[in-house]
Design a binder for this molecule. Sequence first.
Ligand code: AMP
Ligand code: MN
Ligand code: MN
Ligand code: MN
Length: 299
Amino acid sequence: MTSILNADLHCHSVVSDGTLTPEALAARAKANGVALWALTDHDEIGGQARAAAAARAQGMHYLTGVEISVTFIGHTVHIVGLGFDAENPALQRGLSQTRGGRGQRAMDMSEGLAKAGIHGAYQGALKFAGNPELISRTHFARFLVESGVCKETNEVFRKYLTEGKPGFVEHRWATLRDAVTWISEAGGVAVIAHPARYKFTANEEFALFSEFKSHGGRGVEVVTGSHTAAEYLTYADTAREFGLAASRGSDFHSPDESHTELGTLPYLPGNLTPVWELLSERIQHSTDPSPEAQASSGF
Ligand code: AMP
Ligand code: MN
Ligand code: MN
Ligand code: MN
């Protein structure tokens, strides 16, 4: 299978911290020429049936998706899962546990913000959460923009929601081993999300990739909205060094906030194994008989 494929295998809907419904995302992906799509909400697969149905209706091929929050040597790392069976009970239980601490965390964040003079943040953030089980820092950021404390969400993260800032709360997410195992045992492929975003030393990053592989992880995002063009090349080398397949995804959240539009990134660099090559059995094929859909799909 070709690496010249408009696959977008990372984005978020109202089921986590995106602002569009799965159906609106599917329409937007299609309009931007996406042929293979995955919705990857944080710690939640409640949008998968809608996304798969919407992909089918739009004539796109679909892979199930999720982005699991993990704590690795004291840092938060995101692991994307693709092509798993969404009915798998161990995966569902694991995700439900991972979501479990978000309510208390949000109340603690709100307390921290109150001490900095920002009141009512929990209720304010909750209003923005399409899924109350998935209240996230993004929803707090939207509330602080709405209430005029900051101009844009980036500024909120910088001033209030990152380590050492008033609304930041230490949190323990899933372990790397558990996240990779849940995905793999449900028939999917685990992928390290946006590796350039983590503030790891070279040794720590080596440990992340080695342990990820030893637990059965098989892919890494190379072309993502969070990487620069230079980082595409760095992580293409890392993928080859560790024998990992490469993934591509925008990490699109919202038309107003995201700087990378769905389906508009460069193709994967050559001589990498695209992650969809490992998942050919798991792709839910579009039944759209139109010649354009078939021709653009690459299958
Ligand atoms: P949480 O899972 O609650 O810790 O929220 C993490 C989410 O916050 C990420 O998935 C991003 O959508 C968002 N985020 C993190 N850092 C930033 C930033 N600097 N600017 C805007 N959004 C961010
Ligand atoms: Mn997010
Ligand atoms: Mn992420
Ligand atoms: Mn994401």
